[in-house]
Design a protein around this ligand. Sequence first.
Ligand code: CA
Ligand code: CA
Length: 358
Amino acid sequence: MVRYFLLLLVVVLVSVGVCLQSSCGGEQEAASTEGAAGCGCNRLRRAASSAADSKEERPSSEPAAKYTAAANEKISQMMFIPGGEFLMGTDDPGIPQDGEAPQRPMYVDSFYMDVLEVTNQQFQSFIKATGYVTEAEKFGDSFVFEGILSESVKSQITQAVAAAPWWLPVKGANWNHPEGQDSNITDRLDHPVVHVSWADAVAFCSWANKRLPTEAEWEYACRGGLRDRLYPWGNKLNPKGRHYANLWQGDFPVHNSGEDGYVKTSPVMSFPANLFGLHDMVGNVWEWTSDWWTVHHTTDHQQNPTGPPSGKDKVKKGGSYMCHKSYCYRYRCAARSQNTPDSSASNLGFRCVSQEKQ
Ligand SMILES: [Ca+2]
Ligand SMILES: [Ca+2]
C-alpha cells in the first residue's frame, strides 16, 4: 500500500510538473497569464498520436547530422564557466506560481559544467563499473509518456492518471528500458539517460567526482552571459526559422509534428550550444539540480546560494521534448519545476558540475 501511495504521489507530482508546465490550462491563452488554475488536463485523454509513434526523423534543415559526428569526442567534456554576477529569475514570470520571480542579484563562483546531458552510454558505464541499481529498477516501474509507448506495452496498463493521462506507470521501465521491457538503449546511446531519480543522478555525479549543479549555477550557465533573455540564445524561440532546442511542436499531447526533428529525446548536441558552449540546456530532458524547492526568494544579493536547507521536492530546470508553450512554457532559463527526489520519468535527466577540471 505504501508503495502505491508513493506511486500515486509521484503520479500527482509528476503530473503537477507536467501540468504546471502544462499550466494546466492557463497558458493556453497567453504564456504570461496565471497558469495553473483550472487544469484542463483531463479532457486531453486521447490515444497516442500517430506522429508520436512514428520513427524519429531529422528535418533537412536542422543541424543534427553535423553535430552528431563530433558528439563522441565531446561526450565527457566539461566547460569552464567563469564565475560572476547575474540576475536570477525574472520580474516578468511566465508561470508566476512556480516562483520564477523576483529577479534577484546573484554571484556564483567559477565552476566546470558538463557540455552535454549525461548520456545513456555514460550511465551504462557507471552501472557496469559500480553495479548501481537505480530507484526505478528497485520500484519496478517508472513513468513514461504515453505517446512514445508501444501498443503492446500500453495494452498491459490498466492504471490511468486522471490529472495527466499521458503519463503511464510502466512496469520494467528504467534507464536501460526507457519504454518498458520491449525497449532498450542500443540505438540511442548518445541520447540523454532518463528514468533517473535525484539520488541516481547524485550517485552518478559522485562516481564521476562531480556533483549536481545548484539551481543558481544551472541558471547562470543557461543564460550563457546574456542578460534578461528568455532562452540560452536570446528572446526569439526560432531565430531565422532555426530550432535551438528539442521541444514539442503541435498540439500537446495528441500531436507532435516533430518539426525540430525529434518527437522523443534527441542525441545530445543535436542543437547549437549557448555562449558558454553548453548544449540542450533547455529542452531534450529536464535536468535535476541539487536545490530543494521553494517559491519564496529573497531579493538580497546572494553568493553561491544552495537553496533551502530541506524540503519535499527537488528543483529541475530546462523543460523537455514534451514542452510546448501552450502547456509547458518552461523551456526558459528562469523557468523551474519540481519533483520528489524519488521520481523518475521518460523526460527527466541531468548533467553534472565540479569545481575542479575533471
Ligand atoms: Ca521535438
Ligand atoms: Ca536539457
